[in-house]
Design a protein around this ligand. Sequence first.
Ligand SMILES: Nc1ncnc2c1ncn2[C@@H]1O[C@H](COP(=O)(O)OP(=O)(O)OP(=O)(O)O)[C@@H](O)[C@H]1O
Ligand SMILES: [Mg+2]
Length: 267
Amino acid sequence: MKETITICFTNNKGGSGKSTTCSNVGAAMAQLGKKVLLVDGDMQLNLSLSFFSEEEVLRMAGSEQNLYYAVRSQADLTDFIVPTSYENLDLIPSSTLMSSIEYELFPKWQREFILRKCLKNIKEAGTYDYILIDAPPTLGGWVLNILCASDKVIVPVEASPWGMFGLANMFDFLEDVKEMTPGLEVMGIVVTKADIRKGYYKQTLETLKQTSDETDRVPVFDSIIRIDSSIEWAQDNSAPVVEYKKSSRSAKEYVRLAEEVMSRACR
Ligand SMILES: Nc1ncnc2c1ncn2[C@@H]1O[C@H](COP(=O)(O)OP(=O)(O)OP(=O)(O)O)[C@@H](O)[C@H]1O
Ligand SMILES: [Mg+2]
């Protein structure tokens, strides 16, 4: 039986590339023969939109076949899995009602661990190699649930001044979460939307690597995702770029990143 590794993509900074990275790392892992379950933890539905048409995503969001209903009723998530059109790749879709999940969870016993309980049977069944969870751009009780359900965290960071702002704060938050779930590992930072022609990009990378070396706290992935309009074309076509345009630079970068993630996760 497989051991299933759960990885979440989190950063309280909006637009840092969490959903794009989660969808493409997941799709690349599936291409590489791993069985992957994606969990859309965000009311913006971006992970779901990476695989299904707007019409289909809204239908799932408006039905009871989504993460919101499952978590709210503390149900086994096995019953909420939807296959994508790609081999080895399934999804649990989200709902716009996820915006109120924190209020729903607030009075519940052991509220930080509800998502972990909902995923328990899927993990124990060992059907999947990886469960990848896309988190919303916040650091509240719901993201805490996502972190407590995860073995590892990946932090996508946009190579921009505001992309860097607040990072230390988030890593302090992750340190606090580790006290609740000591097994949680911060796998590292992935630099996204990089424009390597810009001087600022080089400064960002140097600062991140220097901080990582000095604090020995958060590694930086060798794979870097550069800015590429193929990503937007792919998203416009409800597909991850690793499937939509395999020959594109970003598709190749995401396959390399997926390989690096798998080798660091020892799979
Ligand atoms: N490498 C890239 N090149 C070009 N555009 C990109 C790249 N990566 C992401 N984008 C675009 O940047 C925007 C933000 O990306 P994404 O939605 O993945 O970030 P996010 O962190 O999930 O955002 P949020 O915090 O709102 O959930 C999207 O419009 C996406 O198309
Ligand atoms: Mg997102």
